[in-house]
Design a protein around this ligand. Sequence first.
Ligand SMILES: Nc1ncnc2c1ncn2[C@@H]1O[C@H](COP(=O)(O)OP(=O)(O)OP(=O)(O)O)[C@@H](O)[C@H]1O
Ligand SMILES: [Mg+2]
Length: 329
Amino acid sequence: MITISLADIFTKFPDRRYIMFGGKGGLGKTTFSAATAYYLAKKGYRTLVFSVDPQASLSDIFQRNIFGQGAVEIMPNLYAQEIDADRRIKEYQNEIRQKILDMYGMEKVPDEIESYIQAAAAEPAMEESAIFDAVVDIVIKGEFDYYIYDLVPLGHALYYLSMATVYDAWIGKITHLREEMREYDKVAALMKRQQDLDEDAILNELTFIKQRINASSSILTDRQKTAFFFVVVPEEMIILDTQKAADLFARFQVPLAGYIVNRVVPPQLKSQEIPAYLRNRIAMQEESMGRIKQAFGDSVLAYVPEMERDVTGLPMIERMAALMFGNGA
Ligand SMILES: Nc1ncnc2c1ncn2[C@@H]1O[C@H](COP(=O)(O)OP(=O)(O)OP(=O)(O)O)[C@@H](O)[C@H]1O
Ligand SMILES: [Mg+2]
């Protein structure tokens, strides 16, 4: 049924060190991210699984509060991180305040400028910038063998994933913020009757940011280094949506590595005494499996069964890894 397995992909393409699971909401992205991280860590690779989602659930699956604490060691070689975007924004605001104070030798940021700074922080763009900044930091440090991105549901993930485009947009936003900063500069300069603005400092910083972005986006759009997996379940509507999304992703040059089918009700149950509703569900899933084969064919890398309970805690994660990668896990 499977031509090439999920485990094969990791052995065949050892340079693909940036791993992502995409898919609609609630299909198993976080579960697969955690289980893959577990599998790789057990194989001896230093692995970081991290989330850019403000509603991240890595804390739930690892049953530990890791939010905003940097890379937390879960077990040898396995680290998990949830990015605290709000804190990044606050740090960013403080940086701006400090710069204004330093540049103009002020004791306190004028109220008018303070209200600009507050308003800018309320922009959704600020949160995205803060998150990207954090991701760039993580990836550029290069402290891990594998980086597993626990992604947000599809629509949003597309935004994160069309990395080249996104980073471009990000530069735009940053540049825009810098322009606004220049506005604060002007206000401040007027107040101090000082016309010469410190353009150099701003330019230097922009150049620095650009270098960072180039370094990281070249990694993330690199087919040799990145593997993106789609999570799908045997349900008509989800299959259709996934197909559409896959087309869209292809247009954004996202390096698609294959599909993983989750929540397959074990068909062996059919030979047992089971209620009619379960029998119907299995029949429905069998039909959908046919559609999955038609739509994704040899690109299906694993079929993962529906388990008897949700996947939280290391023993369940270990079982999930074995289901995904085979019992060698
Ligand atoms: N094969 C499975 N058997 C049993 N429960 C599962 C299975 N796969 C996932 N789950 C459970 O389904 C729920 C949703 O899974 P998960 O959080 O991984 O989805 P997600 O795609 O990350 O969701 P979101 O889009 O909200 O981030 C979780 O409670 C998880 O434990
Ligand atoms: Mg999730």
